[in-house]
Design a protein around this ligand. Sequence first.
Ligand code: ADE
Length: 232
Amino acid sequence: MNKLAIMGAMEEEIEPLLEYFDDIKVTEYADNKYYEVNLDGLEVVIAYSKIGKVFASLTASTMIEKFGCDTLLFSGVAGAVNSELKIGDLVIADKLCQHDLDIVAFGHPYGYVPGGKVFVDTSKEIREVAKKVALENDIKVLEGTIATGDQFVNSVERKDFILDTFKADALEMEGASVAVICDALNVPCFILRAISDSADHSADFDFDEFLKSSAKISADYVIKIAKALQNK
Ligand code: ADE
């Protein structure tokens, strides 16, 4: 690993990351800001993309192609689909899908377009490091499927569709698009989320209430993972 990208979608998701660093170089590019820092000798680029798959794809591509990042970690919050998951719980994606990708009219499964695949895998190697870090620090994590779509889900009906169709554990609005970019560009990818809500009727209220605290839980863990990757 030469240069590490750590991205979030919202400013609140990277604020607790930036707090770790005193010396930050800010570069403006493509209508966004990129924060270059040094983590114990490792070059790291941090950015938040703005919400949704298009902005997330642009930021991931920029971090890889313009800034030369060769490993990417995503940190942020998600809605719970798996009923075992409570607010603040951590989820590591072993695979991700786009729940709103729909050409079912042509006989294809949900989440599939020709040339693509329904599920994109993340880096097994980084997941193993992350699980070791969790064990050593007494952090509880669930490894599972994350479903991504350009919609904030606050209905049990939509959530049940995502559970039934993709067997997802959590849902959010960027992860799968970042995983697709990394897969295409051969960059090891790791997607981490802490639960902020349960994607049901009270999701908007819970999201506002728990965005910051859950974003911090995710950020603190991702920094530990970055350090472990650096020392590998
Ligand atoms: N991120 C966090 N909670 C979410 C929700 N309910 N829907 C979409 N993205 C989310």
